[in-house]
Write a protein that binds this ligand. Sequence first.
Ligand code: FEO
Length: 170
Amino acid sequence: MIAMKMSEELETAFVQQITREYEAAFLYRQLAAELELRDLPGMATWFRRHAEIELGHADRLIKHLTDRRNHPVIGDISLPSIKLETVAEAFQIALDAEREVSEAIRALCRLADAQHDYDSRPVIDWFITEQIGEEATVSEVLGRVTLVDDDGSGLLFLDAELAGDDPDQE
Ligand code: FEO
């Protein structure tokens, strides 16, 4: 049996969230390139891994829509122009982006609740939990990068460490 199709309004909100997840993926790919240019390949790898996680988030939302015979459509991807003065700014940009995603997920949750769309709650709850972890992870890395304050040896130490870190398992 197919779960009940969601309303057009809720479908639009899910579609916007799919686009946001792709935007996050491309933002992280851009930040990876910026860090590669600063000879910090470990941090670049960390951002590329995080980009893959974002693609997985988009896939999860797309599957929920297709499972319910709703129609996922990827919207226009818009990215901010990025000019980094410090390495810490890369992680601040990421944290700001994660906070925006968390707020968007909460809005999606409020809309689903208002519509008594209980079928979408498991996937929305998954994202609420995921966002708590994502914000905590990025915030911790930002804190550590801020501590070393563009000191070369500190950055190289963190770069080596982040090369092996899974952004989804901290
Ligand atoms: Fe898919 Fe990092 O939020």
